[in-house]
Design a protein around this ligand. Structure first.
Ligand code: C2E
Ligand code: CA
Ligand code: CA
Ligand code: CA
Length: 278
């Protein structure tokens, strides 16, 4: 009895240290994974609803772990974000995205690639330095890059994050607010940050064509964003009904499984051709 009463405490302790060990071992695997080519990048198109053309590609990271198999970014990104390894992972994704953009770009110079940037990187001088090196090395036009930062990242209230957003803007990189609607920001605050694009979170988009309050939210967000000169992307578009609704309320762009799942770079090149013809 005494033993079993003591157990929950010990199990709890073991579980905690197991989580920490698990995270540490994952982090220590990352460098090798990058070298071994176990980390790759897939792309999902953003479709311009008025022209029917693919205007950009969102880069989404994939890790096929050597012993654990495919890992979801929702699982490993939050772990990597707790360490400074997020800087090298992001720079890796950025370099891949720029290389792939060069391959696709021959036919459509206006195509842009979007990379997800963790909040902590906005306050990291090391990341900003690395970014300058990548821009110089690759000679990419910064106008062809979009950085997606989550709504909460824009709202840290830290001057350094706001300064970084401004610095990126001055370089010519467009800023997109990801997962819009899940944070606490106000559009007037976003206006001050001179952003370019708003991505309405999937949780609002999903049911907007059949749920009145979601519809109101999506429609008013689009109207206000347009007043402020921002383009609006709806994420997580899975059905034709949803797409019709978004068209009817003047949404600029759509992204989601209906158009395409995230695909490897070669398949993305084919998608570009298909949507150019359509
Ligand atoms: P996110 O930036 O909000 O990306 C959208 C996620 O929704 C992606 O999941 C995408 O595959 C998925 N998605 C797209 N269309 C649909 C749809 O129609 N229905 C549904 N149910 N899902 C859809 P993924 O690729 O698993 O990425 C998850 C999250 O991991 C991303 O959310 C982003 O926060 C993070 N992430 C992915 N790649 C990177 C990266 O390179 N750097 C950083 N910092 N974060 C990344
Ligand atoms: Ca994103
Ligand atoms: Ca998102
Ligand atoms: Ca998300």
């Amino acid at each position: 009895l005494a033993l079993s009463r003591g157990q929950p405490f010990h199990i709890h302790e073991d579980t905690d240290s197991a989580i920490v060990e698990d995270e540490l071992s994952l982090l220590s695997d990352l460098d090798n994974a990058l070298l071994a080519g176990d980390v790759s990048v897939v792309y999902q198109p953003k479709l311009d609803l008025s022209s029917g053309v693919i205007t950009s590609a969102e880069a989404l990271v994939r890790w096929n772990h050597s012993t654990r198999g495919p890992l979801r970014p929702d699982y490993f990104i939050p772990i990597v974000e707790k360490s400074d390894r997020i800087c090298s992972l992001t720079i890796y994704v950025l370099r891949r995205a720029i290389a792939d953009l060069k391959l696709w770009n021959t036919g459509c110079p206006a195509l842009r690639v979007a990379v997800n940037i963790s909040a902590t990187l906005l306050e990291s001088p090391a990341f900003m330095d690395e970014l300058q090196i990548v821009l110089q090395d690759t000679g990419v036009e910064p106008q062809n890059l979009i950085f997606e930062v989550t709504e909460s990242a824009t709202m840290t209230g830290h001057d350094r994050a706001a300064e970084a957003l401004l610095a990126l803007k001055e370089i010519g990189i467009a800023i997109s607010v990801d997962d819009y609607g899940t944070g606490q920001s106000t559009l007037t605050y976003l206006k001050k940050l001179t952003l370019d694009e708003l991505k309405i979170d999937r949780s609002f988009v999903e049911h907007a064509h059949q749920n009145r309050s979601d519809a109101v939210l999506v429609r008013s967000t689009i109207d206000m964003a347009h007043e402020l000169g921002l383009k609006v992307v709806a994420e997580g578009v899975e059905t034709a009904e949803c797409l019709d609704f978004l068209r009817s309320v003047g949404c600029d762009m759509a992204q989601g499984y209906l158009i395409s799942r995230p695909v490897p770079p070669s398949r993305f090149g084919e998608l570009l051709a298909e949507y150019r013809l359509a």
